[in-house]
Ligand binder design. Structure first.
Ligand code: PRT
Ligand code: ZN
Length: 210
């Protein structure tokens, strides 16, 4: 049977837990940090190690059959992929935040303001739903320093403990969406026997954790 390919994050917040999940499924593989691809010796699977932002497109295009990536990254990419299984790790919330002494009271107070974010697609959909017109500044990282530098009046970024917001003189203002790591698949894969076996193993690992 032809191997399936699964893309996981090469390094970063989801790497270790993605590797651990696959190992807990009984998959035997070398986790070489320097190699971008590894073959599972006891299952029809190859593992590709990629930047998380690239995973949804690789899966949409069928270069990888499966991927493990944060819901926020999938939504932002707007890739057409199947959501197969929520994985319960990498939990975080995409939030709007403003300088700690700003006296905004309602989400509508963002009307006409500028907002820096690495998630322009998710943010623009959210603002549209709330009928708010704001100027979105897409930036790729260190979003929390934008208000302090005068680039924007608010930000929209991922928060987990809230420590980064606090350290940058910001306070959370509203939740945009929540996220966790998800197993995604290219469309048309649902009946694949290797996927069915892998999904069963993942689900029993998740059940054992409950
Ligand atoms: O190199 P690559 O592109 O693969 O990785 P990356 O740097 O883009 O992503 P990475 O490894 O930081 O995060 C991977 C995924 O983990 C994200 O897409 C989220 O789904 C999830 N996740 C969970 C988080 C966080 N928690 C998180 N706290 N992603 C980012 N953060 C950052 C956030 O951007 C902010 O700068 O942590 C800071 C806030 O954390 P607190 O704890 O101070 O609130
Ligand atoms: Zn990334």
């Amino acid at each position: 049977m032809k191997n399936l390919k699964i893309a996981i994050q090469k390094s970063g917040r989801l790497n270790e837990k993605s590797v651990q999940l696959l190992k807990n499924c009984g998959l035997d593989f070398e986790n070489y940090k320097s190699s971008l691809i590894t073959i599972v010796s006891n299952f029809n699977l190859e593992i590709l190690f990629l930047r998380d932002d690239d995973i949804p497109d690789y899966v949409e295009q069928g270069i990888a059959d499966l991927g493990i990536v944060g819901e926020n990254v999938i939504d932002e990419s707007q890739a057409n992929v199947d959501y197969l299984q929520r994985l319960g790790f990498g939990k975080c919330t995409l939030k709007l935040a403003v300088p700690k002494d700003a006296n905004y009271t309602d989400i509508k107070d963002l009307d006409g303001k500028s907002i820096a974010t690495s998630y322009p697609n998710i943010l623009s959909k959210f603002l549209q739903e709330k009928q708010i017109t704001a100027e979105i500044h897409p930036i790729s990282g260190s979003v929390e320093i934008a208000p302090g530098l005068g680039l924007s009046e608010a930000i929209c970024d991922i928060v987990s403990t809230g420590g980064t917001l606090k350290n940058n003189g910001l306070k959370p203002f509203a939740d945009v969406s929540t996220s966790e790591a998800i197993l995604i698949g290219r469309s048309g894969l649902a009946e694949n026997p290797i996927l069915c076996e892998l999904l069963q193993r993942i689900q029993s690992v998740l059940r054992a954790k409950e």
